[in-house]
Design a protein around this ligand. Structure first.
Ligand code: ASP
Length: 312
């Protein structure tokens, strides 16, 4: 098979504050460009989504890896998932600490264990066994994350009441199709500020935070995790496509459904088995970028679609 490779990435939904707008746009463009160069050089979609998400985890503009938000105890607990649409192999981690690139670890779980997800201290124990590098919490925590956390503490605001503020920055994800027609997805997050200790959101949950199946396509989501889980948002998009909807319609309908059914907002990226793609959101903003045919498209505000040539 000789498919046209495509990668789409997101840097999270919600109201990305103006002071993070430029770095968010730059971050998703870098990640999409890197993933695309892997694809055009014959790499697999799995390699491309892992590399793109790793770049976003290393970028402090985003709530994943470095830059992750803090839980109620002021600690970092990370969630991630990676899925291979060729054989529905999947690896996920939840509530892990002191690991800078949870997506790499999720892939290790997918490839080196008979399980789908490891959590908490057991996951950290397995990371040690697999020689996954451990980093001190302080290395992952940014000034922004501390400021945001202090604000919650000061005003004792609930997680939901602050969900639409200017301060939120967010989860990262990627979906891709390679020249062999194989489709993959990856999502990684620090969750939501001031979450209860031990809270796990949608991101590492198969069918909610992500899903990939060569038969239809791949999705990575972001937004209010409790709502996303209730409607299994990622799988919902693919169900819509299996009924004949385009990726754009399928995405819009699934997000609309979540809004009507559970009053939840969010965003998502999707790629289909024929390389059609969409980036859609019902929040104020979502940083996204797509690379295909040596063209990089990207946006942050509703309706935005900037384009530039990829020099490679
Ligand atoms: N969905 C993530 C969570 O609820 C956060 C986000 O994407 O904003 O953990």
């Amino acid at each position: 098979m000789d498919m046209k490779p495509v990668i789409v990435v997101h840097g999270g939904a919600w109201a990305i504050p103006d002071n993070l707008a430029e770095s968010s746009k730059l971050g998703v463009r870098d990640a999409a460009t890197c993933g695309f160069s892997i694809l055009v050089n014959g790499g697999s979609s799995l390699q491309a989504v892992e590399a793109a998400v790793q770049i976003l985890e290393d970028n402090i503009a985003f709530d994943a890896g470095h830059g992750a938000v803090l839980n109620a105890d002021g600690e970092v607990e990370l969630d991630a998932i990676i899925m291979d649409g060729k054989n529905l192999a999947v690896g996920a981690v939840s509530c892990i600490k002191n690991i800078a690139n949870p997506i790499m670890f999720a892939r290790t779980i997918m490839e080196q264990t008979p399980h789908v997800m490891l959590t908490g201290s057991g996951a950290n124990k397995f990371a040690e066994k697999m020689n996954i590098e451990k980093v001190p919490t302080e290395e992952l925590v940014t000034e922004n994350a501390i400021k945001e956390w202090e604000q919650y503490q000061r005003y004792k605001q609930s997680v939901t009441s602050l969900f639409n503020t200017e301060r939120m920055h967010d989860t990262v994800g990627a979906v891709a199709i390679d020249s062999m027609g194989n489709i993959s997805c990856a999502t990684s997050t620090g969750g939501i500020t001031n979450k209860m200790v031990g809270r796990v959101g949608d991101s590492p949950i198969i069918g909610s935070g992500a899903y990939a199946d060569n038969f239809t396509g791949a999705v990575s989501t972001t937004g209010h995790g409790e709502s996303i889980m209730k409607v299994t948002l990622a799988r919902q998009v693919l169900f819509n496509m299996e009924k004949g909807e385009s990726p754009q319609c399928a995405a819009e309908h699934a997000l609309e459904y979540m809004k009507n059914k559970v009053h939840g907002r969010g965003g998502l990226i999707v790629v289909s088995k024929s390389g059609e793609w969409a980036a859609s959101f019902t929040t104020k903003r979502m940083a996204w970028a797509c690379a295909e045919n040596k063209i990089l498209s990207y946006g942050l505000n509703p309706g935005e679609n900037f384009q530039e040539k990829i020099n490679m």
